[in-house]
Design a protein. Structure first.
Length: 78
């Protein structure tokens, strides 16, 4: 087990908001970063523009990332 940082899995095209964290992580350790800015994560409801809905490894972004955007996750891998 160790800290892991990887790009989220999914198509960045300006319209897709569905992504996946490509590793299992310990609860409470996940951080999502979009264009070098931490994203506020929620666990229920619909995400606002600056938020992401995270359920397990499924991530729904409030704003669809463009193809040139960076989008990654960091967490303690289990």
């Amino acid at each position: 087990m160790a800290w892991k940082t990887l790009d989220l899995t999914g198509t960045k095209n300006g319209s897709n908001t569905s992504f996946t964290v490509p590793f299992g992580y310990r609860a409470g350790t996940l951080k999502i970063v979009h264009n070098m800015v931490s994203v506020y994560m929620i666990s229920t409801g619909s995400p606002a523009a600056t938020q992401a809905l995270v359920i397990g490894t499924a991530v729904t972004m409030g704003t669809a990332p463009a193809s040139t955007d960076t989008l990654w996750a960091r967490g303690f891998e289990v």
